[in-house]
Design a protein around this ligand. Structure first.
Ligand SMILES: [Zn+2]
Length: 407
């Protein structure tokens, strides 16, 4: 099979190789065949004629947003579509996501009155889209009055709370879940409703015993399980039940960070909001990283940003999604680097770490031999030096250039 080479001033690999200056990436069959300094490549692959030289630009792994709601809620929230055109909206959202440097997503399917189709139909309609999409099937509890519960199994009809803890429902959710997403909501969520409509946001929905049972069912089926959780009490329950991934974990205490680290629990921080509490602080995320927790930053998009998100430009209004992932992560990654953490380790929060949460880090998340050639070419390190998607000049998925901006 033919070999292509991509050359650039700087490669941030997010692997043991660290940053390579004047490097080159060798691609064959959509995978990374080699990645070394250019002067070494020249000798080994001297007969290769297909060389793309990106000059002074930076190459880094495709970004990974491991907690999104793009297909279920976003199409009808962002576009005035009907059942007939809903799928076009989904594709428009995915295209914008890809154009923002994201090559992999962790989608949550919660069961929603806003989705006018069967989930399998939806999955099928986007299966050829050049993005790795992993699906987490979930139940959801929304903090309205009264609290409304849905599940991915029962679809668009609200169900009684007790349905959420039925063995057959949990087993069916577990069976279809491809990674530890927010499979259950320990606390009722504000969702995208305004404050006045969700007096019950934050309410704890389960007993400790119920959580223990749910986790053990997932584990007995060889599935990892994650949870939407915030606040000391809910997080304590999640830690005790042995969830594999905490989503949000807003308000986590220092003691709980230690405990999560000891139990090898991963965390998905969502700086824009998503729970009844204030979003994760920079200090919180730094402490998670320092405790050696696999921590990812995710958009949870599309979401109206919490009014006290100290880290996000106030000018951005309305619903924010993965096309803003670089901007969302930027204050966190910059602070890490200011504290002496390497650019590779910082960039891992939106590349390798979310790939680990999707259980796909053997396929993507870093630039390493044998992994998929998913990468972006940009005018600086994404989320660290640049936040504007216009500075992403090309996005490659499995070795093919899918996006280009006047390079
Ligand atoms: Zn969510």
């Amino acid at each position: 099979m033919s070999i292509t080479i991509v050359k650039a001033k700087k490669f941030v690999t997010v692997s043991n190789l660290g940053t390579i200056d004047d490097g080159a990436l060798v691609i064959q069959n959509g995978k990374i065949l080699d990645i070394v300094p250019w002067h070494e490549i020249k000798l080994t692959y001297k007969d290769t004629t297909e060389i793309t030289d990106y000059g002074n630009l930076t190459i880094s792994p495709g970004l990974v947003d491991c907690h999104t709601h793009l297909l279920e809620f976003a199409p009808t929230s962002l576009y005035p579509v009907t059942k007939e055109t809903q799928n076009l909206a989904a594709k428009a959202i995915l295209l914008k996501t890809l154009a923002s440097g994201i090559t992999a997503l962790g989608e949550q399917i919660c069961g929603s009155p806003m989705l006018h189709s069967d989930v399998n139909e939806l999955k099928n309609s986007i299966k050829d889209f050049p993005l790795d999409i992993a699906f987490a099937t979930t139940s959801i509890s929304i903090g309205l009055d009264p609290i409304l519960h849905f599940t991915s199994v029962t679809g668009s009809l609200a169900v009684e709370r007790d349905v959420l803890v039925q063995n057959n429902i949990i087993m069916s959710i577990a069976q279809h879940s491809e990674f530890a997403g927010e499979n259950i909501f320990i606390n009722a969520t504000p969702a995208n409703f305004t404050q006045d409509l969700i007096p019950n946001a934050g309410e704890i929905i389960y007993s400790q015993e119920e959580l223990n049972t749910i986790v053990s069912i997932f584990h007995s089926m060889n599935r990892k399980i994650g949870t939407h959780v915030a606040g000391e009490k809910g997080i304590d329950m999640a830690l005790n039940a042995g969830f594999d991934v905490l989503h949000h974990a807003h308000g986590i205490t220092n003691e709980q960070i230690k405990q999560a680290a000891n139990q090898n629990i991963k965390i998905v921080a969502t700086p824009l909001g998503g729970t009844h509490l204030l979003p994760n602080t920079i200090e919180e995320v730094m402490k998670m990283h320092d405790a050696n927790i696999t921590v990812a930053i995710s958009s949870d998009g599309f979401l109206p940003p919490h009014k006290n998100t100290v880290t996000f430009p106030k000018i951005m209004q309305g619903l924010i999604g993965p096309d803003s992932l670089m901007a969302i992560a930027n204050p966190y990654l910059k602070a890490m680097i200011q504290n002496g953490i390497s650019e590779n380790e910082a960039l891992a929060l939106i590349t390798l770490n979310p790939a680990k949460i999707l259980e796909k880090d053997n396929r993507f998340g870093s630039l390493e031999i044998g992994k998929d050639a998913n990468f972006l070419v940009s005018e600086g390190i994404p989320g660290v030096e640049i936040v504007d998607v216009e500075k992403i000049k090309a996005v490659y998925f499995r070795g093919e250039k899918m996006i280009q901006r006047n390079v």
